[in-house]
Write a protein that binds this ligand. Sequence first.
Ligand code: AMP
Length: 564
Amino acid sequence: MNYFEEFGIKKELVKAITELGFEKLTPIQEKSISILKEGRRNFIGMAQTGTGKTAAFGLPLISLIDAGSRTIQGLILAPTRELCVQIAKDLEHYCKYLKEVKITAVYGGASIRDQISSIKRGSHIVVATPGRLTDLIRRKKINISTVKYVVLDEADEMLNMGFQEDLNAILELTPTDKLTWLFAATMPKGIHAITSKYLSDPYEITIGEKNAAADNINHIYYMVHEKDRYKALKRIVDANPDIFAIVFCRTKLETQGIAEKLINDGYNADSLHGDLSQNLRDKVMKHYRDRSLQLLIATDVAARGIDVNDVSHVINYRLPDELEIYTHRSGRTARAGKSGITISIANTKDMGKIRQIERQINRKLVYTKVPGGVKVCEAQFMSFMKKIQKVEIDSEEISKYLPAMHDELKDIDKDELVKRIVSLEFNRFIEYYREEEDLNIDFKKKDHISPRGADKKDNSMFINLGSMDGFNTDSMQNYLMEMTGLPIKVFERINIKKAYSFIDIKGPHMPDVLDSFENEVYKGRRIRVDGSGGSKKSQPRSSNSFSRGKRGVYGKSSRKRYKN
Ligand code: AMP
């Protein structure tokens, strides 16, 4: 028996996936197919994107479809249009020799009429975004009361995107005896709510660690001043001439701005964000997919579900506020068993976040120096040499010009000629990098630590919050722990006044504490702190100070999710 058939995969499917180049099942496929093909259990699969999830649920689902009936039997919900289209396309490829199984994708931003007629023609599997499906249900254009299998793909993303209510409403309309197969890369609280309500006695598998980034990703970070972020990004690209990357920004504005700057500076870049029309987004994605675009600058929402293989680097232009987003971003590289690199451009205020990410993914983010001019020039040189070795020569076409070329260059010897060709390519880089400074912050050096209270032991800190803001000693202590991530014992002798308070900070933590409040606001009021014990207005402090960051960023008081 063929290797795939031993897993109970139908002959027709085996033929199709073999043609697609599958030689072995991926770990998640091995584990899930044997369970799912039985069609008896609810199922939870924890796995990163790019691990072969689509075939893991797609192959058994197709096998379970009764093509003789014209009802919808399989319903796959996915967070984005892109993912929906991709899943439907993959399933159609698997069904190359099972043409009787009909698949329809329904998602926003495309003609609802076409989707309705496709459903009317008869569909066994519907792949849908929750929003569009809800719309179709409201218009009474789809009947999901016959569904036997519901797949929630990237369920965590669907919740992140605010689809909880839609999901509940949809699941309520499916029969109670249907089976639900849920896939997610992370396990936010909302998922537990869904699993406990809709997935009785599920079979659970985890591929890799929960909330962990894939093993084959190298995680590194650079440490630069805020003003040097963009320069650092250019260095990354210049030092990796063959880069094929997604650069993540936090807002649409930043995404657009960075893309424009890169384009102006001669890089092969474009932006992908929610303000672009669907048409434009499709165009950008097409260019990126066929690799005529090298750098995709994207927001998290727009880049969800991007399934492009061979992305060499994921670059966090800024670290995200939510830890889970780091994992999702990283999952865009190292797909289908390949390896990849996630580079985060950080400044000293990000140290707290970096440590928390490390704890969560159980991997070290390796501090690495931003490549300097020499490294960049070396990399460019090597890449140019490779290009020379690989270039295809159209001898016939070129031979026409050879006599004239020989004549023109007859006074230049070979060595000189090579130097000149290389200079043509390199002068630009050498010129640019001759004057370029080292972008790295030596953040472990003592003189970069904020001088305010840095080398004193215990210190008194002033903060412009007091009883009129509702604080008492306990709540102030909790608030300080929350904001700084430091333990309770650091905060002693809290003296609450009406409009301000004094707190003794134990040990050498004053710089960390002060940094934690930089640019912070409490109930609309700018927080002022001072480490000398006086009530002076806080001064701008060196951005180089080594900050622990705020537990609140990822912790229980996590800030409002940014929207884009
Ligand atoms: P997915 O996680 O389903 O998006 O799959 C990621 C990529 O891996 C897609 O390009 C799939 O076509 C590919 N893939 C999935 N399973 C296998 C397999 N068993 N062998 C080779 N490639 C696979």
